[in-house]
Ligand binder design. Structure first.
Ligand code: HEC
Length: 124
């Protein structure tokens, strides 16, 4: 059976509608400047640790660092027993500030890690 031209028109409009919706949703996500998630988990803070701490806190640790921060258990242990939150909060140039010898983390990143602790140090 031959389909009426209107059928093709509706299909085309429908296709454009669907793709334009998903397009703008994607743009919205892209435009967002790393919003703070409702519940912060290890997965949200891992990139910051990986990028700023693993030069030294690798496994095995380098440059005199006393422990690794490679995985969830390591980082939780450092928050609970090694004052990680205090270390990243110190002022640049202050003794013991982490990342050692580097720039202080952006305040938004520090806030995110504090939020992770407040939310219960969830893994994911
Ligand atoms: C350039 C190397 C280097 C980098 C990068 C670095 N650290 Fe360290 N870190 C050290 C060294 C060396 C020590 C031991 C000396 C001290 O306690 O200050 C240390 C100690 C620590 C301690 C205290 C450990 C203890 O047992 O008391 C914590 C917590 C810590 N680092 C967290 C971090 C975090 C979080 C980052 C990333 C934001 C980071 N470090 C980046 C070298 C580094």
């Amino acid at each position: 059976m031959k389909k009426h031209p209107i059928f093709y028109l509706i299909m085309t409009l429908g296709f454009i509608f669907v793709t334009s919706c998903s397009q703008s949703t994607y743009d919205d996500i892209e435009a967002d400047d790393e919003p703070i998630p409702d519940v912060v988990t290890y997965l949200d803070i891992k990139p910051a640790i990986d990028n700023n701490c693993l030069n030294c806190h690798s496994n095995p640790p380098q440059n005199g660092a006393p422990m690794s921060l490679m995985n969830y258990d390591n980082v939780v242990e450092a928050v609970l027993n090694r004052e990680l939150l205090d270390r990243i909060s110190r002022n640049e140039g202050e003794d013991g500030m982490m990342p050692l010898g580097g720039a202080r983390l952006p305040q938004a990143t520090i806030d995110l890690i504090f939020q992770w602790e407040e939310d219960g140090l969830l893994e994911n």
